[in-house]
Design a protein around this ligand. Structure first.
Ligand SMILES: [Ca+2]
Length: 284
């Protein structure tokens, strides 16, 4: 009986070992398959798209005072300047858009989202900077670009736990604990009465939002090898009185389209009927 048990145990052990090996091999095969999906079969073009931010006609510098900002010409230091983008596409001469598959890099890119970070920790941000997104696309000649600002709605949630998200989706300073969901773009100043945080607003528990506030930026005449995408803060704020906040509203613009401080900024980002004028194409 003991021998039978031993034989049976031996058979069970051997059988389990085989099964475990098969499971491990399947997992490895599956993981390899998943890794392979990062780069689509036809995606053999390595793409690097560079961004700049301009303020007062000069490259943006964290904490430096910019004169003549907004409708009334205020002087403010801009102390945070970060935004997420996703759904990056290059557009060819026939008007066809090819996705750029962003590579997870453990810091700036994850799950198809990239964080562009132009502040160096002069106030509440981080020392690290990032001004480019990297990925793969289908080989070809491209003359335009499209991308969306923010986080895809399916990655956003009032219950999002940042600790489990990985960088760059784990930044507490880019999350609205008081209203839920991510801050898609964060522009702070040294004035308590003006800051601009873009995000989805009016969302229910399933994150169906009255205003998703995810702008789509499309630009023609863009060649990624020789040109950059520039965000001009002067243009972003030019229709807004940044020196004074409307009574009874959040300081500056916190994503509510009905807030007078949001109207001009939303129009400049192409939210609504206008095309963006805050973003433009510049030579490298
Ligand atoms: Ca930073």
């Amino acid at each position: 009986m003991a021998e039978q048990n031993s034989a049976w145990n031996g058979h069970l052990h051997s059988c389990l070992s085989t099964k475990i090996r098969l499971v491990v091999m399947s997992v490895l095969w599956f993981a390899g398959g998943c890794g392979g999906e990062d780069r689509g079969a036809d995606e053999n073009l390595d793409v690097r798209i560079e961004f700049t931010v301009t303020a007062g006609g000069l490259p943006y510098q964290c904490g430096h005072v910019v004169d003549n900002l907004g409708k009334e010409g205020a002087a403010l230091a801009i102390t945070d300047m970060r935004f997420y983008i996703h759904d990056v596409r290059l557009i060819n001469g026939q008007g066809e858009a090819q996705p750029v598959t962003l590579v997870d890099d453990g810091v700036w890119q994850k799950d198809g989202v990239a964080l562009l970070d132009f502040e160096d920790g002069c106030a509440n941000g981080t020392r690290q900077l990032n001004s480019r997104v990297q990925g793969q696309s289908v080989d070809g000649s491209y003359t335009g670009i499209q991308f969306r600002i923010g986080i895809p709605n399916q990655l956003n949630s009032p219950r999002t736990v940042l600790e489990n998200r990985g960088s760059p989706l784990n930044q507490a300073s880019l999350f609205w604990s008081w209203r839920s969901g991510y801050k898609f773009m964060r522009v702070d100043t040294d004035s308590d009465s003006f800051r601009f945080h873009l995000g989805s607003v009016g969302c229910d528990d399933d994150f169906n939002c009255r205003f998703e506030n995810i702008p789509t930026i499309t630009m023609s005449g863009f060649e990624w090898q020789t040109q950059v995408v520039d965000l001009d803060i002067d243009h972003l704020l030019e229709e807004t009185n940044v020196g004074e906040n409307t009574d009874g509203t959040a300081p500056g613009c916190m994503g509510d389209p009905d807030d007078p401080e949001c109207r001009g900024i939303f129009a400049r980002l192409g939210l609504g009927t206008a095309e963006t004028t805050a973003f433009s194409v510049r030579a490298k």
